[in-house]
Design a protein around this ligand. Structure first.
Ligand SMILES: CC(C)(COP(=O)(O)OP(=O)(O)OC[C@H]1O[C@@H](n2cnc3c(N)ncnc32)[C@H](O)[C@@H]1OP(=O)(O)O)[C@@H](O)C(=O)NCCC(=O)NCCS
Length: 175
């Protein structure tokens, strides 16, 4: 049975936000809980992305302790509606959209939030536009998730994540 985003969020008591610059500190704290210190975005990077009108950042959070409270973020992700970085190997062109980050708080994984949030982000990509991303080679959960959403591996990026290679993935544009 397919669960709607609204039904999913309601069942878990989560609220959905489109994040702006006011979320900078909260999202930097969230990243530090979700990613290794090498991968987590520092405040300045969050600020830059949140200020960029070409990026959409979505947050699923618990409303209980007030909005934007530290620790209440359950999942967060951003998509750039056009590529922001250097073209990755295998990228057909600079016009692709790009999943910049996607993370679910440790205690909330494996319950569908990552998939729902990825679908939510992809829903902002203009029709017909391809989407690319880079994922750590050894990140089987994330690769499984992207695979299930139609992304295919298009190249390897040597030492993209410190000593570990990245895998460039891409999904063709959808009608
Ligand atoms: C990757 C991440 C976002 C997935 O979020 P999640 O809420 O745990 O994922 P979901 O429960 O929505 O699962 C979605 C899909 O992921 C894949 N998946 C989930 N757990 C998996 C596992 N243990 N092994 C392999 N694939 C798995 C499956 O394809 C699953 O779809 P299915 O349930 O229909 O089989 C989350 O694990 C996370 O935040 N990890 C740390 C940060 C990170 O690595 N982010 C990605 C950076 S590119």
């Amino acid at each position: 049975m397919t669960v709607s985003r609204e039904g999913f969020l309601e069942a878990l008591g989560l609220v959905r936000f489109r994040a702006d610059a006011r979320w900078t500190g909260v999202l930097a704290d969230f990243d530090a809980r979700v990613f290794s210190s090498r991968e987590a975005w520092p405040r300045w990077m969050w600020r830059e992305i949140l200020d960029d009108g070409g990026c959409v950042c979505l947050v699923y959070a618990l409303p209980s302790r007030g909005l934007q409270a530290r620790g209440d973020v359950v999942a967060a992700g951003c998509v750039a509606l056009r590529a922001v970085g250097e073209p990755v190997r295998g990228d057909a062109g600079g016009g692709d959209a790009e999943i910049l980050t996607l993370g679910v708080a440790p205690g909330w994984r494996g319950r569908g939030a990552g998939g729902i949030l990825l679908d939510d982000l992809l829903g902002h990509v203009p029709r017909g536009r391809a989407v690319r991303l880079a994922v750590r080679e050894g990140n089987e959960v994330a690769r499984g998730l992207y695979d299930s959403r139609g992304f295919v591996s298009v190249g390897r990026i040597r030492r993209y994540f410190g000593r570990e290679d990245g895998i460039a993935m891409r999904r063709d544009g959808r009608d």
